[in-house]
Design a protein around this ligand. Structure first.
Ligand SMILES: CC(C)(COP(=O)(O)OP(=O)(O)OC[C@H]1O[C@@H](n2cnc3c(N)ncnc32)[C@H](O)[C@@H]1OP(=O)(O)O)[C@@H](O)C(=O)NCCC(=O)NCCS
Length: 313
């Protein structure tokens, strides 16, 4: 049962320092700078985020942020969002505060045309299940062990930033539902202050890819954050993935990870190149949206999901 003195309200601009301090108390292992906060909550190309806080007698005891996205559903573009940062101050946990935030998020969604997507963790997923979100699929994590492939990259062609070609590729990729890959979105998404992403066009304008190198303890992992090809180029995916393996070799990575659901048309090519589904992975992706498109949104085979859609990568 939540405390009667605690209320959920939209964040005000004068809450910013308290929110940033809360984020850094809750996740000291992954601290945010002011530049990161500004990038995340002020510069997104799809519009201003919706930030809610738990105000407990003047103290910011909890926080839930949704960041705007444009979502492509059968050729129509919907305003949407990704739920991404939710937390309760350690001294206020177990009092129902996060459930209050989740309920307010849901109440704010009902009756709107907004489309939502989220990758909650195990601690928070029940709050979203209870408030009526639809389970879309298990997070389709695939892991490929390094294949030791040594070759120069010729099909993956580095670019400093994306241009309108990526949107043309997305529209020609044959996916029914997904976060719209516009140049504005991708250039912002991969502009996290202090993070390095490797952006590639694939063989001219056959597709595009974004890779990130991540040090995990003593080993190195390559994350395939984005990988989209024109529908007519799907037969070449294995060839393109060889270059992803070669990139991993060049960067001394032991593993390459990607999110590719078994129902995604890319799945067979990923399987063939050693990307096996991690069956121990037990987290879920949830979605929600207006009643007329919810059947499409709830169809796992309609979606294209990649690591780009989860803010942790
Ligand atoms: C997860 C978290 C937000 C829960 O906040 P909270 O205010 O204590 O949560 P509530 O009291 O509203 O309880 C919500 C649910 O979380 C569960 N929960 C809370 N803390 C938990 C924990 N440490 N381990 C497991 N479950 C936990 C509660 O049992 C409750 O589950 P139920 O809905 O199935 O009954 C909080 O522990 C936190 O900030 N963790 C670190 C950041 C994080 O994991 N954020 C979620 C990312 S989406």
């Amino acid at each position: 049962m939540a405390d009667s003195e605690a209320i959920v309200r939209l964040a005000r601009s004068d809450d910013e320092a308290a929110i940033l301090a809360l984020i850094n108390r809750v996740q000291p292992h992954a601290p945010w700078t002011q530049a990161h906060y500004d990038w995340q909550f002020k510069h997104g190309p799809a519009g201003a985020p919706i930030l809610r806080v738990i105000d407990c007698e003047g103290l910011i005891a909890g926080f839930l942020a949704v960041s705007r996205r444009h979502v492509w559903v059968d050729g129509k573009i919907y305003d949407g969002f990704l739920m991404q940062d939710g937390m309760t101050d350690p001294t206020f946990r177990g009092r129902g505060f996060f459930n209050m935030l989740a309920t307010a998020l849901r109440d704010g969604l009902v009756g709107t045309d907004l489309v939502g997507l989220m990758f909650p963790n195990k601690h928070s997923e029940n709050s979203f299940r209870r408030t009526g979100w639809t389970e879309l699929m298990k997070v389709p994590l695939r892991v490929a062990h390094a294949q030791g492939l040594t070759k120069d990259l010729s099909l993956l062609q580095p670019v400093p930033a994306f241009n309108s070609d990526v949107l043309a590729i997305w529209k020609d990729a044959g996916f029914s539902v997904g976060v719209l890959r516009s140049p504005e979105y991708l250039n912002w998404r991969y502009g996290i202050p202090g993070a390095t992403y490797y952006r590639f066009m694939i063989d001219g304008d056959a597709g595009f890819a974004v890779l990130k190198v991540y040090d995990r303890g003593g080993s190195r992992v390559v994350n395939l954050c984005d990988f989209v090809v024109r529908k007519g180029e799907r037969g070449r995916i294995a060839e393109f993935l060889d270059e992803v393996h070669a990139f991993a070799q060049q960067h001394g990575a032991a593993e390459v990870q990607a999110l590719v659901d078994a129902r995604n048309p890319y799945a067979a090519a990923f399987e063939a190149k050693g990307f096996a589904l991690d069956l121990s992975q037990d987290r879920f992706i949830f979605t929600d949206g207006p009643a007329d498109v919810l059947p499409r949104l709830s169809s796992a085979s309609a979606w294209h999901i990649s690591q780009a859609d989860n803010d942790v990568y």
